[in-house]
Design a protein around this ligand. Structure first.
Ligand SMILES: O=C(O)CCC(=O)C(=O)O
Length: 262
């Protein structure tokens, strides 16, 4: 299925592979949540985001906690935290569709993320474009030359916070975080997904997802790809100037303009 700008790919990973990736994301959160903190900030929603020291020969990982501070909401970057997660970053089943959407011969990993959205406590994501986070590191133009491949590890539907997309919205340029669909946009679609399904969408595509009030986890891995030859997000000059921190953040102090989505 192709929904005006994005690719919805069914059964990309089989049951055995999904089990391996589930084990991988649980191993990753165990490593990251127990790691020595390097700095800390507070998201716009008031939640703790802890940047760890460098892990497993890669960069530090940002550990974003749910309200209450007992459950991890997301981690970034993650590919270096587990070999099964690393393998996906070069898997042609992800890189091929990413290159197709980008219109390039190949792709390089820009960054990687896990969204845990745990049963009963997983919070939602406001309407946003991944571009707004990336542009702070890469500039507006390079931030638009990237795509997100979201790999579902559980059934996802409206009841547990499935992804909502506004088809065609990537053509409208950058928008402020939190601004929902505009008059003239196509109707938002909720994309139900099964474990092993993948949705690939441009960084300018408007998307959001609801909280998970259900009794079912809705875990997903997100790989952001860019044209080949460009540095990983954590190796960009902006990130290197402030290792592990979003642009402009101050260690140990909340940064009001930072949305905390990343
Ligand atoms: O996990 C989700 O539902 C959305 C994740 C997302 O949009 C993000 O990490 O920017």
């Amino acid at each position: 299925m192709e929904a005006d700008g994005c690719l919805v790919l069914r059964n990309v990973f089989d049951g055995v592979e999904v089990d391996g990736l589930r084990a991988g994301i649980e191993a990753a959160v165990a490593v990251a949540a127990a790691a020595e903190p390097d700095h800390e900030r507070t998201s716009a929603a008031g939640n703790r985001i802890v940047g760890t020291v460098a892990l497993r020969g890669g960069p530090g990982t940002s550990v974003h906690w749910e309200a209450g501070g007992e459950v991890v909401r997301n981690l970034r970057p993650v590919a270096h935290l587990d070999d099964r997660l690393a393998a996906c970053a070069t898997d042609p089943r992800l890189t091929g569709p990413a290159a197709t959407l980008l219109g390039t011969d190949g792709v390089a990993l820009l960054t990687s993320k896990i969204s845990y959205k745990r049963a009963g406590v997983g919070s939602g994501y406001i309407w946003h474009q991944d571009h707004s986070f990336l542009a702070a590191f890469l500039g507006a133009r390079a931030g638009a030359e990237a795509v997100t491949a979201m790999v579902f590890l559980d059934d996802a539907d409206a009841g547990n916070g499935a992804l909502r997309l506004v088809p065609g919205s990537h053509r409208g340029g950058p928008r402020p975080d939190g601004e929902g669909p505009r008059a003239g946009d196509a109707a938002a679609v909720t994309v139900d997904a099964a474990p092993g399904d993948v949705i690939v969408f441009p960084t300018l595509m408007l998307h959001s997802s609801g909280p998970n009030h259900s009794g079912r986890d809705r875990r997903a891995l997100l790989y952001l790809f860019q044209p080949p030859g460009r540095p990983h997000l954590d190796e960009t000059p902006v990130a290197r100037a402030r290792p592990g921190r979003p642009p402009g953040s101050v260690p140990g102090r909340p940064r009001p303009r930072w949305t905390g989505r990343g």
